[in-house]
Write a protein that binds this ligand. Structure first.
Ligand code: ZN
Ligand code: ZN
Ligand code: ZN
Length: 380
């Protein structure tokens, strides 16, 4: 990132989200949202707290101001991290923080953040008593978090463009003779160099390993005459990137290009991925988008070889709602952001995947990734 001011979420947005969350909590008939460390906390307040065993908890109540319970030693970090004024209540090492969290709460239903650690949840359940019913905060926050505002989309776009550049750099570099793990290390370094604060994953799956969708980059040495599935991502300004491209390395030997079977498989995949992207528009269901990818793959005889969902939502979390999967009748709305990533995997032989991050626009898909989708045949 050279010069310019990186877009970020304006401070006023957090106050608005807190207000909307309190209203949605009230509409749902829930007494309070208890939000532990994680993406919900960051979404509502801007505070990206460290995941610690000590209790940090945001309490959102209808008709009352929210407050944040933090260990005293995290006070300065919390003050620095909050993007909107929230009352902070600290606890000392020997205090019971759960009593602080539920102070003044007499409720029969509370919602807790989906990723709250069980060690905190069980203590809250003890503190509130058996009469209180516990639910997940996603029942309240899902609708808000699924629809990205223009600032969030700008960050997703920056993350996607940075990941695009890394794919281009890796495809242009040396690959044959290096281990997958070595290439993965380079991917992580380049993601950070291109503006990510963190690289979360770098799948480098070569040869037969390309048939395993979540192959962990290993000490396998990449050879000429095989494919590499490159699936990489991280976060930029808190928002995720996630791109997959499939390469074929020839080692500079024209006789070691992709065989006919692979070309066929890749052609089917390419058109299926494109069809699913084109199916994206407001009102189309998640499962219809999945079907747009799955049907042509099945029709061409590769149905058994495409055994995962077509995509997942992306935002502050790398995987979040909406899920592009059979059985999800949720209609897409403008502002939803998700991956479209069909794959075809022939066990023991090879596989391929193409993945883009797509935003549902008013009139159709807005594809955030610009890296070419074609099979990338390189000397490597
Ligand atoms: Zn995946
Ligand atoms: Zn991916
Ligand atoms: Zn993905």
């Amino acid at each position: 990132m050279n010069g310019g001011v990186r877009p970020s979420i304006p401070a006023a947005r957090f106050a608005a989200r807190l207000g909307q969350a309190a209203e949605a909590t009230e509409r749902a008939g829930i007494g309070a949202l208890l939000i532990g460390v994680g993406s919900d906390l960051r979404y509502l307040t801007g505070y990206a707290a460290l995941p610690l065993e000590r209790c940090t908890m945001l309490v959102v109540r209808p008709g009352a101001d929210p407050f944040l319970v933090v260990p005293r030693l995290e006070l300065a970090a919390a003050e620095a991290g909050l993007r909107t004024p929230v009352e902070i209540r600290t606890w000392d090492e020997t205090d019971d923080p759960y009593r602080l969290c539920i102070a003044g709460l007499a409720v029969d239903r509370v919602a807790v953040s989906d990723t709250m650690l069980a060690m905190h949840l069980l203590r809250l359940q003890d503190a509130l008593g058996a009469a209180t019913r516990f639910e997940l905060s996603s029942s309240v926050l899902r609708d808000m978090r699924m629809i990205k505002d223009p600032d969030e989309i700008a960050l997703l776009r920056l993350a996607a463009e940075a990941a695009d550049r890394v794919v281009g750099q890796i495809a242009a570099g040396r690959l044959v003779g290096r281990t997958e793990a070595d290439v993965a290390r380079e991917v992580r370094e380049r993601l950070v160099a291109e503006g990510h604060e963190e690289a979360h994953f770098a799948i480098v799956a070569s040869g037969p390993a390309s048939a395993s969708p979540h192959h962990d980059a290993s000490d396998r040495v990449i050879r000429a005459g095989e494919p590499i599935v490159l699936d990489i991502g991280g976060s930029l300004g808190g928002y995720g990137s996630d791109i997959t491209r499939t390469l074929w390395v020839t080692g500079g030997d024209a006789t070691r290009g992709p065989d006919e079977r692979f070309r066929d498989l890749f052609g089917v995949l390419y058109h299926a991925q494109q069809a699913a992207v084109e199916a994206v528009r407001p009102g189309a269901t998640c499962e219809a988008v999945d079907a747009a990818a799955r049907t042509p793959i099945t029709d061409q005889g590769y149905g058994e070889a495409f055994f995962h969902r077509t995509g997942h939502g992306i935002g502050l979390d790398g995987h979040e709602d909406p899920y592009i999967v059979v059985g999800n009748a949720l209609p897409l709305s403008e502002g939803m952001a998700f991956s479209i990533e069909p794959g075809i995997y022939l066990a023991g032989r090879y596989g391929a995947r193409i993945e883009d991050i797509v935003v549902c626009g008013q009139d159709g898909p807005i594809v955030l990734n610009g890296a070419p989708h074609e099979l990338c045949v390189v000397d490597g």
